[in-house]
Design a protein around this ligand. Structure first.
Ligand code: DLL
Length: 444
């Protein structure tokens, strides 16, 4: 990795023993938790969906005698969350749920995740362990520039940072100039945000005459979207911080499922809380360690919304060899792609089907559109080219402008993200014979 001139703290929070326990001990804990979570989901899930699935598959909740027995159990998917919207997958009485988060569903409605107080403790513990792995401790001043709110990034990072005793600067996302001012004035030593936002922030700082390499900031915890080794090199070389990749998803808990340690070679998955499997996304058969496939996760310690064999759609592989850092929990390779069509734009999950649903709410629009995504100064931009029906094409400029505004509004209310709307002439968007090529992603 790029060698920077800042010294990274070598001794940090005594990370949780759970990261270092002998494998046989870890596996016995996993087994007990697995048995428990399967019983819990079977007997307590409000909508009874998982019970129904298990009954159909003819597996009993007491069928788990070894970890491999999980392979007999049915999968859960994002569609299950949609079908059970909003509370059908909850497995505790509603008065025990103390927090809700949400993320994009595949259509207009979001998917909702619920947490008991114990779940929030598990989450804060997960994030605290991740921060420990990234060499952060109570000596740090951590700026949390992930969005706060329904998105899990902000509050997830916040609670983990508090748990390690760091000083938290909860800026949330946006207002970049002010973020840079605070970073300077408050002596921020670490930042949590999407990698693309950090690049934008670094560039903005440059424009303001601030060199991040001259500030106290020395570490970044970047995730919520795919990013590459080349991007890491660029971030580290330009800003002299150590950039750690962090992974997570709302359905499972939020950020804090896996993180890179100082070795920056794969993300340690917190296996005592999140049990990983890799499957072939076509055949759904389990794949051995080292082989690339879809990551499937079972939550081992979540009460409000236990997830069993949840298909994340994220493509990775498990690295079975032990990391030089000494952690015994295994690593997954960084996630570069998904097995579905979900896009991540400025850290927001977007399905083309959501855009289509928003467009079709407007009278007279045809479902011929194309989404073009570009990246400028580290920030993603989305343009939606909408083909006009011949009868609309001749309309006056004012009418077209008002249509443009209505589309932009519809997209914004559905996705919570702004898009530039442009019009294309009738029949100008290429018709395809197979799958329509809806998305042109120029981010490279
Ligand atoms: O993005 C949680 C999160 C917040 C993770 C902050 C890390 C940091 P969702 O909005 O539900 O949750 O989106 C989850 O984002 O299935 C992946 O496809 C993608 N994703 C998350 N982290 C990474 C990463 C949060 N480090 C979806 N690399 C996941 C690649 C990532 N993709």
């Amino acid at each position: 990795m790029a060698n920077t001139e800042k010294s990274f703290k070598k001794h940090y929070l005594p990370a949780s023993a759970a990261d270092y326990v002998p494998r046989h001990f870890l596996e016995s804990v996993q087994l007990q938790r697995l048995q428990d979570v399967v019983q819990h989901a079977y007997h307590n899930q409000a909508g009874g969906l998982y019970r129904q699935r298990m009954d159909e598959a003819k597996v009993r909740p007491d069928a788990i005698r070894s970890l491999n027995d999980i392979q007999q159990f049915p999968f859960m998917t994002k569609d299950d969350l949609r079908a059970s919207y909003p509370y059908g997958l909850f497995a505790v009485p509603q008065q025990e749920v103390v927090r809700i988060h949400a993320s994009s569903g595949t259509t207009g409605k979001p998917i909702v995740a619920g947490y008991t107080q114990a779940d929030l403790d598990v989450w804060a513990d997960s994030m605290a362990r991740c921060m420990g792995a990234a060499s952060l401790s109570s000596h740090d001043v951590i700026q949390v520039s992930y969005g706060y709110g329904l998105f899990t990034g902000g509050l997830g990072a916040h609670c983990g940072a508090e748990k390690i005793g760091a000083m938290v600067v909860p800026t949330s996302a946006g207002n970049t100039e002010r973020q840079i001012m605070l970073m300077q004035d408050l002596g921020v030593t670490a930042i949590c945000c999407t990698p693309s936002y950090f690049l934008h922030l670094a560039e903005k700082a440059g424009e303001m005459g601030v060199q991040l390499k001259n500030l106290k900031i020395r570490a970044g915890i970047f995730g919520a979207e795919p990013w590459s080794e080349a991007m890491r090199e660029r971030i580290q070389n330009e800003t002299w911080i150590k950039a750690h990749d962090i992974y997570g998803l709302t359905e499972i808990i939020g950020p804090g499922v896996a993180i890179e340690c100082a070795e920056q070679n794969g993300l340690h998955i917190l296996e005592d809380y999140y049990y990983p499997e890799i499957i072939d996304p076509e055949t759904l058969q389990p794949l051995p360690d080292g082989e690339e496939g879809e990551l499937v996760i079972t939550t081992l310690a979540k009460r409000a919304m236990p997830m069993i064999r949840y298909r994340t759609r994220d493509i990775t592989s498990i690295m079975a060899d032990q990391c030089y850092c000494g952690r015994t929990i295994r690593r997954i390779r960084r996630i570069g792609r998904r097995s579905d069509d979900m896009l991540i734009i400025r850290g927001v999950n977007v399905y083309p089907s959501q855009i289509e649903a928003a467009l079709l709410k407007i009278d007279g629009l045809l479902p011929h559109y194309q989404i073009v995504i570009t990246r400028e100064s580290g920030l993603d931009n989305m343009e939606i080219k909408v083909e006009l029906a011949p009868e609309l094409f001749g309309d006056r400029i004012q009418e077209l402008e008002s249509l443009q505004k209505r589309i932009a509004h519809a997209v914004n209310t559905t996705l919570n993200i702004s898009a530039k709307i442009t019009f294309a002439e009738p029949k100008s968007i290429a018709r395809s014979e197979g799958k329509a090529k809806r998305v042109i992603d120029k981010r490279g």
